[in-house]
Design a protein around this ligand. Structure first.
Ligand code: F6P
Length: 548
């Protein structure tokens, strides 16, 4: 089916046309109750959509679109383990990873819940061994530092959560220094290794496929460092210093990580949806298993909300539908993620992968090319820093941009007056910026005497997400909120959000070029690539010592 023929799509187009000349400031003037009507709160969150260019009618028409696209049915397919990832013929069961024991899910012959809890129990034993100093390095020293080696979904989620929740690492058991390494060129290891003690460092090789060249290259460099520093045989180094977190135990074994040092997960966990699985090991090492389980609990609460709540009060559904409205009906194709909380500095990078790798597609589930837009370009930064960087474009550029402002209401309650003031300052800036972006000049009391250069158009739409406070539970809920938002949009756009074929070819091309860097051959290369290789080779030759 080409969804653009469906009735609700046409109705939304007509509705968008009728709102075309209506500025956000007019919408606020017309309806004094706009906030009450266009904000939704659950126990831990408030989502304010009133600064979006929508009315009550927009929302009901969007919900109508969701119903015509059978969103309710798709949500059930997701939760019950149907093969929603159709190009790879498998389910996407990240919700099962945070489902409690008493909520069993059987998919074909697999008791998914049982398997999930067994794997969590194995992870818990490992976490305890490391935290209680029972896991020893090659000379018998307890582990002090952990380095997660992984990239994409095997890096961004755990890194973002560890950064966001580091204040929960305060118990004596959570004194581990947890580091992350991802970049293919070895830059991070080059800096990090000299700061670590080989005998007390444990490496986690995180890779679902265990074939990602970036990760294997970093793992090889780490092992070379340990071998040199210790003088121990490779088997001892593998046993004492490497854990593999993977869906490919055979490849991990071949690299040198034996079964006892492996934590396994399943092909139905997508990389960018995997932080809830054993891929979350660095999180559990950093904040403890209790904190990790609290995060799962918060995500599960969002799952229950998503599955059971009517669409007009359903946070992921509304977030997703309003995104569709902006992209397909208001022609806004840029999306800024603006946390007003330094603890969420890594959230934009995490969401870049989650949203763009999931929904950056142009072919529908039936293999047909789409004739409408899908995922916008998404980027972001801690809001207060971004104010001094790219907000100029948001306020006065030519590009319409939708923004998500994300903040926590409470912070630093017992940390001293000055820090509390800093939190108030950050909150004030968050609210001021979304207000100015929405209302333009009319947000400011005196509008006179502004030169044209000082003029603010406004009418840039935004959603503000307020968490009561940033805790493992609320962060779990926030991440699940975005995961489900992405799913909602995929249903409207009729695409599969769980594959990523678009990143595969680049890996093949890079492998074939690796050989060319050593010996230039003319075979089939374009002029630019040939020219660049030749330049690099020339530079390397110039640095070689001259023979007499
Ligand atoms: O290249 C993209 C990708 O496949 C992501 O989808 C994934 O999260 C990342 O690489 C890492 O993959 P792996 O965990 O298999 O090393």
């Amino acid at each position: 089916m080409n969804s653009r023929n469906i009735k609700a799509w046409a109705a939304l187009q007509a509705h968008a046309e009728s709102l075309r000349d209506t500025h956000l400031k007019d919408l606020f003037q017309l309806d004094g109750n706009r906030f009450d009507e266009l904000s939704v709160s659950t126990g831990r969150f408030l989502l304010d959509f009133s600064k979006q260019r929508v009315t009550g009618k927009t929302l009901s028409q969007l919900i109508c679109l969701a119903e015509q696209q059978e969103l309710r049915l798709w949500i059930e397919k997701l939760f019950t383990g149907e093969k929603v990832n159709d190009s790879e013929q498998r389910p996407a069961l990240h919700t099962a990873l945070r489902s409690p024991h008493d909520d069993p899910l059987q998919v074909n012959t697999q008791n998914v819940t049982e398997d999930v809890h067994c794997s969590l129990a194995k992870m818990e034993r490992l976490v305890e061994q490391v935290q209680y100093g029972q896991w020893r390095g090659f000379d018998g020293s307890p582990i002090k530092s952990v380095v997660n080696i992984g990239v994409g979904g095997s890096n961004l989620g755990p890194l973002m959560v560890c950064d966001a929740l580091s204040q929960y690492a305060s118990s004596p058991l959570c004194r581990l220094d947890v580091n992350f390494v991802s970049s293919m060129d070895g830059s991070e290891l080059e800096k990090l290794l000299p700061t670590l003690e080989p005998a007390t460092t444990l490496f986690i090789i995180s890779s679902k496929t265990f074939s990602t060249i970036d990760t294997l290259a970093n793992a090889n460099t780490a092992r070379e460092w340990l071998l040199k520093a210790s003088g121990e045989p490779i088997d001892a180094i593998n046993r004492h210093h490497f854990i593999a977190v993977t869906g490919n135990p055979k490849a991990a074994l071949k690299w040198g990580v034996a079964e006892d040092n492996q934590l396994l997960f399943w092909d139905w966990v997508g990389g960018r949806y995997s932080l809830w699985s054993v891929i979350g090991l660095p999180i559990a090492l950093k904040i403890g298993m209790e904190g990790f389980r609290a995060m799962l609990k918060g995500a599960h609460a969002m799952d229950v909300h998503f599955r059971n709540t009517d669409f007009d009060k359903n946070l992921p559904v509304l977030l997703g539908l309003i995104g569709v409205w902006n992209v397909n009906f208001l022609n806004i194709h840029a999306h800024a993620i603006l946390p007003y909380d330094g603890r969420l500095a890594q959230l934009p990078s995490f969401l870049e992968q989650l949203e763009m790798e999931s929904n950056g597609k142009s072919i529908n589930r039936d293999g047909k090319r789409l004739n409408y837009r899908t995922c916008p370009v998404l980027w972001g930064e801690v809001g207060s820093n971004a104010q001094h960087a790219f907000y100029q474009l948001l306020h006065q550029g030519t590009e319409p941009v939708m923004c998500d402002f994300i903040t926590a209401a409470k912070r630093y309650e017992s940390e001293g007056e000055e820090l509390q003031k800093q939190h108030q300052l950050s909150l004030a800036n968050c609210l001021a910026q979304s207000r100015l972006l929405a209302l333009g000049d009319s947000a400011v009391a005196s509008e006179q005497d502004a030169s044209c250069y000082q003029h603010y158009d406004g009418n840039q739409p935004s959603t503000t997400i307020v968490m009561n406070e940033l805790t493992p539970e609320s962060l779990g809920g926030l991440i699940a909120l975005y995961e489900h938002k992405v799913f909602v949009q995929s249903v409207i756009w009729e695409i599969n959000p769980f594959d990523q074929w678009g990143v595969e070819q680049g890996k093949n091309v890079a492998l074939s070029l690796l050989a060319e860097l050593d010996a230039l051959s003319d075979d089939g290369l374009d002029a630019s690539t040939k020219g660049l290789i030749s330049y690099v080779q020339q530079c390397c030759k110039e640095n070689e010592p001259h023979e007499n």
